[in-house]
Ligand binder design. Structure first.
Ligand code: ATP
Ligand code: MG
Length: 263
């Protein structure tokens, strides 16, 4: 069963078609890769799906065919379609646990007016308990009382995903989760993404590191200049002539985005 359908979606910025008549169907349980050169429209696609931008034209359907284009990003997140950002958005001066607890509060939109003080305390305890479970699940238990600002980059990205998990996603959009990571951090993050996927969460992932994309994804959609250039299983995409051309003739697609980052 499909969890997301993008139908004829275009997004213009002035005269520039950042997305040009995109059609995508994502099945429940997939890890779908969205790849393409810089400026291809990948983040714009995420912005349009998650309600950060409205499409100029086209329609987007989620879960049992609910139309979500035109809804606010808050409403879409409440429905379980949650995204992370290309640059991690954290409360840097709050602890790891506080960051996730706040995300839970925001998600639950708790209306505490007219509620007994005792009930508020209980809600808070429940939120902290759930947040702690998520923090531990993401391998950050030991760092729960550390300020987000003090975490190494890899852990900050893991915290970004923990914050997304606080919203209980059914469909999670990850924008470049591996960027700027050391090989060790990358391997760890790939394991975490697989673990998240095992919680029955469908994942859409934009990533430049091709080896990781090929390892993680069951199916890949390629964007180029706002258009859907190709779709297929990893082995097909690696050998697709149009894809190789889009990446400026790079013969070995697997070598893309895999540069090592010094610690
Ligand atoms: N808010 C905006 N206003 C104007 N132009 C935009 C805006 N957002 C994106 N664009 C343009 O739309 C095109 C697609 O950008 P987008 O960020 O979606 O690419 P991308 O595939 O995510 O690239 P990257 O791999 O570098 O992150 C680019 O030409 C970009 O300059
Ligand atoms: Mg981008």
């Amino acid at each position: 069963m499909s969890i997301l359908e993008v139908k004829g979606v275009s997004k213009y910025f002035g005269g520039l078609a950042a997305l040009n008549d995109i059609n995508l169907t994502i099945e429940e349980g997939e890890i779908r890769g969205i790849i393409g050169p810089n400026g291809a429209g990948k983040t714009t696609l995420f912005n349009v799906i998650s309600g950060v931008y409205q499409p100029t034209s086209g329609q987007i359907f989620y879960l049992e065919g609910k139309r979500i284009d035109g809804l606010s990003s808050d409403r879409i997140a409440e429905m379980g379609l949650v995204r992370t950002f290309q640059r991690t958005a954290l409360y840097h001066n709050f602890t790891v646990l506080r960051n996730v607890t706040i995300a839970r509060h925001l998600h639950a939109r708790e209306n505490i007016f007219g509620v007994f003080a005792g009930t508020v305390k209980k809600m808070e305890e429940e939120n902290v308990k759930k947040a702690l479970e998520i923090v531990e699940f993401m391998g950050l238990g030991r760092l729960k009382n550390e300020l987000a600002a003090n975490l190494p980059h890899g852990h900050q990205r893991a915290l970004g995903i923990a914050i997304a998990l606080a919203c209980e996603p059914k469909l999670l959009l990850l924008d470049e989760p591996l960027t700027g990571m050391t090989p060790t951090e990358k391997a760890h993050m790939i394991d975490l993404i697989k673990k998240v996927h095992q919680k029955s969460i469908t994942i859409l992932i934009v990533e430049h590191d091709m080896r990781s994309v090929m390892e993680l994804c069951n199916y890949i959609s390629v964007l180029d200049f706002g258009k859907l250039l190709a779709e297929g299983v990893p082995a097909e995409i690696q050998n697709d002539e149009t894809v190789i051309t889009a990446y400026l003739g790079t013969e070995d697609i697997l070598s893309l985005g895999g540069e090592e980052v010094a610690t």
